[in-house]
Design a protein around this ligand. Sequence first.
Ligand SMILES: Cc1cc2nc3c(=O)[nH]c(=O)nc-3n(C[C@H](O)[C@H](O)[C@H](O)COP(=O)(O)O)c2cc1C
Length: 331
Amino acid sequence: MPNVLRGVDGVDLSVTVMGQKLAMPVYCSPSALQRLFHHQGERAAAAAAASAGTMFGVSSLGTVSLEELRKAYDTPQLYQFYFHKDRGLNRSMLERAKQAGIDVMMLTVDSITGGNRERDLRSGFSIPFRLTAAGMAQFILKPRWGINYVTHERLALPQLDAFVDMSGGALSIGRYFTEMLDPAMDWDDVAEMVRFWDGQFCLKGVMSVADAKRAAEIGCTGIVLSNHGGRQLDGSRSPFDQLAEIVDAVGDRIDVLMDGGVQRGTHVLKALSLGAKAVGIGRYYLFPLAAAGQAGVERALSLMREELVRDMTLMGCTSIAELTRENLRFR
Ligand SMILES: Cc1cc2nc3c(=O)[nH]c(=O)nc-3n(C[C@H](O)[C@H](O)[C@H](O)COP(=O)(O)O)c2cc1C
């Protein structure tokens, strides 16, 4: 619901989320294995996020080290963490991230087991690669990708290189999930982690009001409503549909963020109108990464920025704070 004749002369898209000042209310959500999309991988996403003045996330399954990215790009950086059975390992990884200067710790809580990715089963996708006939055909059809893959540094998981063997030996990613991650993690474990980190800490993958309240009680400074882009629990509700009641329950105590299915500036404005502080994007920047590396992600983020400015202008709003529930009506 737009308002008119408000004298919109310039739009300020900046927001502050979990203590981080962002030039726009959209950040690059962490995703695994970005050098599989394009040989520049996480470097491209981080560089593009930095030039857009926003935050990017490095996955535990990232293919560039969190330290290298921290040194290279002066923009808020979060680290996405998976909880391991080995508590000593968890603590040493938190210490490593602290040492590197990570701004926000993000614990993913919706992946205590892998989703049933049927498309991966069909395509035979696995890490380490098992080259099938269909895979060979893809290499032939996309020669540039294949040439880049073999002429650039070997794929690696620097966050986990001591534990996951990419050469086909000790531990595949599938086994990393089933053998090293702890499906028994509970609120007490996370409360201890929050205390240990002693900084900005958010849970990614919260969907219920009860869990949101619990996150606030144990000292989290943020939560991300997420169904992992629909890749985990089949038939899960959309985070957008959960937003209003969770913002009502905890929005005065912690920052509520959201991701999933965001493809347009107006998607972002709708989430912010309901009370989200910022919105994460996944495939919106990953497909451009695959298509054109850093230039692709930069173009995607600049298109998003343009859309946000245009949409805010048409809404009659000069700052994000002016977006409220008055701007929305549900059919
Ligand atoms: C290819 C791919 C890999 C992902 N890897 C991770 C990951 O390692 N850790 C994580 O917490 N979320 C991961 N995600 C989920 C994203 O962070 C985000 O929640 C999701 O993509 C948002 O939905 P969208 O793609 O519709 O924007 C991944 C998503 C995709 C598409």
